[in-house]
Design a protein around this ligand. Sequence first.
Ligand SMILES: [Ca+2]
Length: 88
Amino acid sequence: MRAVSGLLPVLVLVACCASTATVSAGAQRGEQCPADITLDGIVNRADLEFLLILWNHFGTDADINNDLIVDVFDLLELLASWGSCDAP
Ligand SMILES: [Ca+2]
């Protein structure tokens, strides 16, 4: 039960935001800021939405670490990069 309740915030976020996000398979990630999936110069909620929508998918733009699957390691990298791509 504890594991299920831990996933609840993630599931709620996906449910709430999946309809408003758009997925562009052709977008290229910035080399300076690979977690900036949406290429807007900042790693934020929009990037998190893309990652969660594409969770467990292969060969997508949300595969930040290029290991061919979107998983917890991509999420951790995104969270570590949170904020402006120009920040030191
Ligand atoms: Ca990955």
